[in-house]
Design a protein around this ligand. Structure first.
Ligand SMILES: C[C@](O)(CO)[C@H](O)COP(=O)(O)OP(=O)(O)OC[C@H]1O[C@@H](n2ccc(N)nc2=O)[C@H](O)[C@@H]1O
Ligand SMILES: Nc1ncnc2c1ncn2[C@@H]1O[C@H](COP(=O)(O)OP(=O)(O)OP(=O)(O)O)[C@@H](O)[C@H]1O
Length: 315
């Protein structure tokens, strides 16, 4: 009798996102600081005794077919370990979606990371963290971080990770218009077209460019647990294109910023916006103020906490 596993897959926010330049593979060279938060999807992975993978998800914006990132993760495992697939068979993946979709919170990436972990366990592969990370990077730039979780500096496409000792006392209010999605590819392409001349020149060489990257003070504030400074130093280059294109997201950001808290920023390619808070009480107060200021049934607001784990097994 094979076990089934229930896994928790946390969302991430970007405390820092700087676009350094474009890359020969069409992606962008980044410096990011990524943070896991307590808003989690829950995935149950069940051996199905079939020669196929199936995805079940009730959320109307999430496909259940081969385009689901969780399905792609399972397929990658089949291709990488065909003998184990032959021995153990496929799995059913049931996704309880709590992370807002297409929000810049890496929901799909977190699901893919959870499937890698679940199949590794069910097929008794015993993969090492570096082996899992290599597979994760083939699925998307955010997937390696989703696997590791916590707080990390991410470079390259976002797949090269350096863990840092993060803070675990911060809370956040997260808001998103449920009727609005932003394509990550669109955000990067538009940034490239609009701001190409601000990139640090590739000709300077990687060493020179690294000296000009500005994330240092925020890393230091995180390491020294300086909450106020963390709030002040939040940064996201993609705000320049997303807020310009979506005035209601810019307005939401403005209202959240004025409602108090340590600092406000858009996460990833948006359109979700978060405000960092010292406590759950402060987060609840800000949530209330934002709801009162924006009377729109499409506005979703969540409260979450910083956490220091990636994919974990639910007990
Ligand atoms: C916006 C962020 O979520 C911030 O953490 C990530 O940078 C995007 O991560 P992701 O969604 O896992 O990204 P991928 O699935 O790898 O790529 C989606 C699209 O974003 C663009 N992309 C992504 C990462 C990167 N470093 N440069 C890019 O230009 C590419 O056009 C790509 O087609
Ligand atoms: N398992 C999944 N969960 C959510 N969306 C998925 C999943 N698989 C495929 N998708 C599709 O991917 C698109 C992006 O969804 P996702 O929630 O991962 O975006 P995101 O949070 O902006 O990601 P990122 O922050 O990594 O750019 C959605 O439009 C959705 O239809």
């Amino acid at each position: 009798m094979q076990h089934s596993y229930t896994l928790l897959a946390p969302a991430k926010i970007n405390l820092y996102l700087e676009i350094i330049g474009d890359r020969p593979d069409g992606f962008h060279e980044l410096v990011m600081i990524l943070q896991s938060i307590s808003l989690c999807d829950r995935l149950t992975i069940n051996p199905n005794g079939l020669e196929q993978f199936r995805v079940f998800c009730q959320h109307e914006q999430v496909p259940s077919d081969q385009t689901n990132l969780a399905y792609k993760a399972a397929k990658l495992m089949q291709l990488s370990f065909p003998q184990h697939f032959a021995n153990y068979g496929g799995v059913d993946i049931t996704i309880e979606k709590n992370i807002p979709v297409a929000a810049g919170l890496a929901g799909g990436s977190a699901n893919a990371a959870a499937v890698l972990v679940g199949i590794d366990l069910i097929w008794k592969l015993g993969l090492t963290i570096p082996e899992l990370q290599t597979l994760a990077a083939q699925l998307g730039s955010d997937v390696p971080f989703c696997l590791a979780g916590g707080t990390a500096i991410a470079t390259g496409r976002g797949e090269k990770l350096g863990k840092i000792k993060g803070v675990d006392h911060l809370w956040l209010v997260l808001a998103k218009y449920n009727n609005l999605e932003v394509s990550t590819a669109w955000a990067y392409q538009t940034y490239r077209l609009s701001f190409h001349d601000t990139y640090l020149s590739d000709r300077q060489g990687i060493e020179q460019r690294t000296k000009q990257i500005h994330s240092g003070p925020l890393v230091s504030a995180i390491i020294h647990k300086e909450s106020a400074k963390i709030g002040e130093l939040l940064h996201n280059d993609l705000e320049k294109v997303v807020l310009r294109e979506y005035p209601n997201v810019a307005q939401l950001r403005e209202i959240m910023q004025r409602s108090g808290g340590l600092g406000t920023m858009m996460s990833g390619s948006g359109p979700s916006v978060f405000t960092l808070c010292e406590s759950a009480e402060q987060a609840k107060q800000i949530q209330k103020t934002v709801f009162q200021s924006i009377n729109d049934p499409n506005l979703g607001i969540w409260i979450a906490q910083f956490i220091n784990t990636g994919i974990s097994i639910s007990t």
